[in-house]
Design a protein around this ligand. Sequence first.
Ligand code: CA
Length: 222
Amino acid sequence: MRVLIVEDDKTLAGQIEKSLLEAGYAVDVAYDGEDGHFLGDTEPYDAVVLDLGLPSMDGQTVLKQWRTNDRKMPVLVLTARDTWTDKVEGLDAGADDYLTKPFIVEELLARLRALIRRAAGQTTPKLECGPVMLDTRNGRVSVGGTPIKLTAQEFKLLSYLMHHEGKVISRTELTEHIYDQDFDRDSNTIEVFVNRIRKKLNADIVHTIRGLGYRLEWIEQA
Ligand code: CA
């Protein structure tokens, strides 16, 4: 899962970035409205954290333009003032949720998880596929109750597939959602990750759809 942070307070942006990286997200950061608007307009994000008070283009304008351009990713707005007008304006501009500064980063993470889950059509924080369980709250993965250790990239890839269970996901889509903007992307490595995940899980849930990509599905054996 890949998240964009648009926040001009570099200390706060850095704190949010660090927490998101630790929680297993790919993260891009923009420090002003124009850069943030451009990234959100051109890159596929699973969620955005958007400050309202930004230089060069304010957060509300950024959000309105995304929505006008049919950019549908979930957006969590950060407001500096705890006033109802700020919240109403944010929500009216197309925000999915908001958080008032100062906030506890755990709350930000929980709200983001919920937004990402809902956007992917999932209702519970524990994602299950056959014997495989991924708990989005702590990043733990288990098979039949036994914990499995995955690398950061393997986790990102499995998490994206688990959020989109049953759907065919292309290698390009996976690449776009597990790497940040600056990463030297190579879609051939996706197959390497998939094979490692298959070995570690030892459960037949990641299926290759020839020429199209992968589909996560548990097929009950007769
Ligand atoms: Ca600001």
